[in-house]
Design a protein around this ligand. Structure first.
Ligand code: AKG
Length: 230
């Protein structure tokens, strides 16, 4: 828990805006509804989508089923030894266990190198250990802003086992929002202002909708790479 707790400023007020789904959403940054390159992006207005343009990215099917299994095989033994934590009311996350991993087998290391190449600026110093966060089906991550002091410009995460929805809300205007559909086996990347001027959260199962469609949340494991602050 230390890693997340130490590196974040937790927002005490849990921002919920399910009613916004009843309004028409702007679900592509381009005018073309058929623009399949942004099917994972949805927001409350065109302006908010423009504000995060280039700072949020989801790459569906970034890893294959075999690669997902390889990652799971490496992280499951360590996670099995831990229990999900539900009881800390003030924590940023609810229903989770976590671990860090520095050494990986060859296949997983090659997957992580692909993540590093696409996600981080060349030469950017990276945090050595990779963070593995296991959310129970009932688990969720509350809105929080990553701390400039502890986190670099970029976070990149692989989503294993389940689809989920990540919501970003500008700190200054909590009526606007951007949703990212994190499909199973996708990679998400969040950079710069989207990381530091927006809260981000992983929605709990009963609030997990994307563009009005239910996105069932099962157990989800994320494998997260970060760079260091400069
Ligand atoms: O599980 C995830 O992918 C999100 C993790 C997160 O919110 C964070 O590390 O700041």
């Amino acid at each position: 828990m230390r890693l997340l707790r130490d590196s974040k400023r937790i927002l005490v007020n849990y921002i919920q805006a399910p009613e916004l789904f009843r309004f028409v959403s702007e679900c592509s940054i381009s005018d073309k509804a058929s623009d399949s390159s942004h099917e994972w992006l949805c927001g409350s207005s065109r302006a908010i989508l423009s504000a995060v343009h280039g700072q949020v990215e989801v790459r569906p099917n970034f890893i294959s089923e075999e690669e997902e299994s390889a990652l799971l095989n490496e992280v499951e033994p360590g996670l099995k030894k831990r229990r999900y934590e539900f009881d800390h009311w003030d924590d940023a996350i609810h229903g989770y266990k976590e671990t860090e991993r520095l050494q990986w087998g060859a296949l997983c290391e090659s997957i992580l190198n692909r993540v590093r190449v696409v996600a981080f600026p060349k030469g950017s110093p990276l945090l050595g250990p990779v963070h593995v966060l296991d959310l129970d089906k009932k688990g969720y991550i509350k809105p929080h802003v990553d701390s400039v002091k502890f986190c670099g410009t970029t976070i990149a995460g692989l989503s294993l086992l389940s689809d989920s929805v990540m919501r970003l809300v500008p700190e200054k205007d909590s009526t606007d929002w951007v949703d990212l559909l994190l499909s199973r086996r996708s990679l998400y990347i969040i950079r710069d202002d989207a990381r530091f001027k927006f809260t981000h959260e992983i929605l709990k199962d009963d609030k997990s909708f994307f563009s009005g469609q239910k996105v069932p949340r099962h157990r989800r494991i994320s494998v997260i790479c970060r760079n260091l602050p400069v």
